[in-house]
Design a protein around this ligand. Sequence first.
Ligand SMILES: Cc1ncc(COP(=O)(O)O)c(C=O)c1O
Length: 381
Amino acid sequence: MIAKRAQEIAPFLAMEVLERAVELEAKGDHIIHLELGEPDFPTPACIQEAAARAVMEGKTGYTHSLGILPLREAIAEHYHRKYGVQVSPERILVTAGTSPAMWMVFSAILEPGDQVILSNPHYACYPNFIRFCGGEPVTVAVHEDDGFQFRPEAVKGRVGPRTKAIFINSPANPTGTLLLAERMAALAGLGPLVVSDEIYHGLVYEGREHSILEFTDRAIVFNGFSKAYAMTGWRLGYAIVPPELIRPLQKMHQNFFISANAFVQAAGIVALRAAQPDVERMRATYDERRRFIIPGLRRLGFGVATEPTGAFYVLANAKRFTTDSYAFAFEILERAKVGVTPGVDFGSNGEGYLRFSYANSKDNIAEALRRLEAFLTHRSG
Ligand SMILES: Cc1ncc(COP(=O)(O)O)c(C=O)c1O
């Protein structure tokens, strides 16, 4: 009954850790969740109020399939203000989150056997989108001593006749790394289309994030409101695409999704235009936690070769303790009552690492570090 592509899709291990953590909580355990890629802040009040106002004003119907024009204009304005790039609202498709935008775009551009180059490690879902849409992920290892950044030379070596796109993500999940501008420029010059997931833009603690559109127009941008605006459950994202791609995407969106949610789109405009002080407040808090968790993990014996400077993750080297990050993550959950994500979730090169999310309070992070210390001491003794 079940199609091969649905049978073969890999589970998302971070969710499996979470699901087991919830079972333990139901039995009375107290778990500290450092496995979640989700802000622990409420959505800023100005955004909540805008959504409530939009509902009361009756903005509850379908919208234009590409998204309401004022939101697409606000997105274009945001990209112009922040990166100095000109993006016409006609090149923007608004979707119910970044994830549907990825599914739509890969469905629209991949023929069977087309290859997409990914870093290894990478966001767990990327190869699943690519395979599901008939493509073939091709991975290029990135290394902790190089801040887990793509090396353009290494990527070049994997570009071939079947390469459809190079997929970048800066700041990245799971590594928190930022791609340097010169490396982005070099990747943009390799020939294939560059697909850039910019969902962690706004959550940068050192240096500055760049949009791929600063370097080339032969690019597709994914972005959304989940992370910087603490809006994961609202489901709002978008793609910025080359002009020739918008009509096929529009037809797909009309058929498969009709439109994104009307009042959530109205709130998205306020997020882009008025929530900057809230984003800055959250960013500063994440930064404090980042500065706290990195030395804490190092003290326990985890390796952090290059300090992450974006998103809210540390991919820490746990090879001193294990060669099996999956078993180790579950051991930590069961015995230390701390949820962490096994590095292998993010590709073979993530094996031996654990991803710690610092989208949790400093007090909870401090308690998690205490629990880990007790667990590791007991384990080695
Ligand atoms: C790199 C990356 N891209 C995309 C997403 C999904 O975002 P959305 O909530 O907009 O679907 C996530 C969520 O964790 C992510 O880490």
